[in-house]
Design a protein around this ligand. Sequence first.
Ligand code: ARG
Length: 467
Amino acid sequence: MSDDPVVPKGQDIWGGRFERRPAELMQAINVSIGVDRRLWAQDLRGSRAHAAMLSRQGVITSADTTAIQDGLAKIEQEITDGSFPFRDQYEDIHMNIEARLAELIGPAAGRLHTARSRNDQVAVDFRMWVRDACDHAVAQLTALQHALLDKAEVHAATLMPGFTHLQPAQPVTLGHHLMAYVEMFGRDSSRFQDARARMNECPLGAAALAGSPFPIDRDFTAGALGFDRPTASSLDSVSDRDFALEYLSAASICAVHLSRLAEEIVIWVTPQFGFAHLSDAFTTGSSIMPQKRNPDAAELVRAKIGRIFGALTSLTLVMKGLPLAYAKDMQEDKPPVFDAHDALDLSLAAMAGMVADIEPDIERMAQSAGSGFSTATDLADWLVRALDLPFRQAHHITGAAVKRAEAMGVGLADLSLQELQSLEPRIDHGVYAVLSPSASVASRTSYGGTAPDEVRRQVARWKGLLS
Ligand code: ARG
């Protein structure tokens, strides 16, 4: 709240019509500078483009334009060196900058807001901010994909169990497992890119809601601010927050993927699984149990979906049922977006760090890859190929073999030829070639399959796509 609630009448921005200061509670609920100060760079950029356009169009004089541009440069200087006075009394970032401009350059500052409203001002500022956030997410996702690709390449042939229902299903390679996440994060990246392309229209010039009677050049400001074109409806321009919803949707889906990988890391590093090891860099100890090495970073990444999806829910509900055009409800758009952005930023960075850090226990994984009769499907497939049995019958015989091995407490490859022939007399020695996990993975050479060469091919394909 304002340190100085008694501002002399006439100094408030809309003081012309108002006789009394707002109640303290009014200020408390209305003030947003603590949050939207993060838009300062976008606000300055938008104002510079707007002033340049007004000048080109002859709406303001070049002397006033120069004063405004110099003042805005001074403000940028103040904000970067920490001396800028962010004041609650001026409500938000837009009015804080405008008020400061007036202090610095005098009455010319009042001309900057010609043909502009805070409604299109905040819309363009926030769009530029979210656009940057999309670019940032894409860059971070690319870094995470590179970390995964490097690991996948090294471990293209490292055996591990592939699971369904978290039960051993068929052996795969660790490289293949990691490449699944490369695909997910690739789709996440393309979602951010799609959202960015759609949001890249400039709302500046919509003014309050109806457009402007001044001879403004919206193509000029759109171009100057890096947009593809101006938005086509002034009403939509000031009331649309789809771009933020799309960002949050993409962020939520990405956070789902991050939480899945985080959960796998949590499972892998348990002593019970013992599949992998995280270094001191990404674990913490316990204050009471000296043996502990906890994967806190992975757990926190797993949890961040709560904030991120919460942000999507929050903004969706803010927007629901809002009549056109701008309403102050929309000031509630920034906290969820900023919060989700910060959570995603940390999660993506921490995940890239963990992926680079994690070291698999290759022996343990290989041993586990062979457990749980994981090559049963290979046996069934062999029966189909070598003996021309219908798959259903092969499945039945294999089931009997698993039952036999289970009763004897051995693996499928440990059953003697005699045992196997008691189930199907035509089985011969050739069957043992498919019962090992390494033979199993090597055989799965179909496009996108787990064979090490295929994994290497996918790694190379992605490295090409990302370079
Ligand atoms: N701080 C406001 C927001 O973020 C700026 C727009 C204010 N517009 C208005 N008509 N009061 O929404």
